[in-house]
Structures are given as C-alpha cells and as structure tokens.
Design a protein around this ligand. Structure first.
Ligand code: FES
Length: 164
C-alpha cells in the first residue's frame, strides 16, 4: 500500500520570504536553510510540522526526506504532532534542575491536570520538558510559545499559566 499524504505548499506570503532565506547561505549550501524553512512551515501549520511539510521542504532543498526527520526529531523546537495553543516547555537541564525545575514541572502538571508530554482536553496547553533554553543564569526557565519566563517559583509558574 502506498501512503498518500495531503500536499503541503507555503502560503503566498511565506513563499515570498523564501528567496531571502536561501540567500543567507553560500552557493551549494542552501540545504542549511532547512531550519528557517521548517520554522516557517511550522508557524503556517499552527505550531507543528506535518509529514507533508517535511516532505515539501526536503524536496525543495534537494535532500533526502529522512534528513528532514533527523532534523525535526533532534530539535525540540519542532513538533511532529499537533500541540495546544500554549506550548509550555519546562527546561530540565542541570542548571534549571538544580534550581527546582522538577518542582516547576510538577506544579504545571497539577495545575493543568496533565502529565509531561500531554495536551489538555480543550487543546489549550501542551506540556513538554526540553533541554537548555540558553538562559541558565535565570534558571529555572519555562518557555511558553515564544516567551521566556525566568527565575520561576511553583507559585510563579501557576500565575503565568493562569494569565495565558
Ligand atoms: S539549563 Fe535551563 S536554561 Fe540552561
């Protein structure tokens, strides 16, 4: 049986951004544009990268589709399944862990009523643990969509979630 996927195409608005993205890379190295093109595709798809978008981007860059999956599965910023409106990403790497990230995660799980890796039934929140968010001096850190919340406490993270 041949697996058929719904075709993906960039919107005209996003399509117009692509030439400038490709120009950032030296001739013959345009495959490196996979990260910004995945980012563009993910935003267009509402926060996740469906298989058809991975296929479209890799075909366009002339690289094997499996490389697309390698990249998409390596970076936690890419989601290979639909996520909630708010993606709550708790950093669990050592500096954040030493400053209480496990308690932050538990507070999120209690408040949202889900476990790490799950999405609330109303589709509002997805809870994930991620590696270092690059803001270790402000540990513990939680990223929600594109915003960072730093120096969090259990009470503080619940306030942030309530404000979403
Ligand atoms: S370890 Fe959490 S931001 Fe670096």
């Amino acid at each position: 049986m041949v697996f058929q996927m719904t075709p993906f195409a960039f919107s005209p608005e996003n399509e117009a951004k692509i030439p400038a993205i490709l120009k950032r890379y030296p001739e013959g190295r345009q495959a490196s544009a996979i990260l910004p093109l995945f980012e563009l595709a993910q935003k267009q798809c509402g926060g996740w990268l469906p298989p058809e978008a991975i296929r479209h981007v890799t075909e366009r860059l002339g690289i094997p589709e499996i490389q697309g999956y390698e990249v998409a599965s390596f970076y936690t910023m890419f989601n290979q399944r639909p996520i909630g409106k708010y993606h709550v990403q708790v950093c669990g790497t050592t500096p954040c862990m030493l400053r209480g990230s496990e308690d932050i995660m538990k507070a999120c799980e209690r408040h949202l009523g889900i476990r790490c890796g799950e999405t609330t039934a109303d589709g509002q929140f997805t809870l994930s643990e991620v590696e270092c968010l690059g803001a270790c001096t402000a540990a513990p850190v939680v990223q929600i969509n594109e915003d960072y919340h730093e120096n969090l406490t259990e009470k503080g993270v619940v306030e942030v979630l309530k404000a979403c």
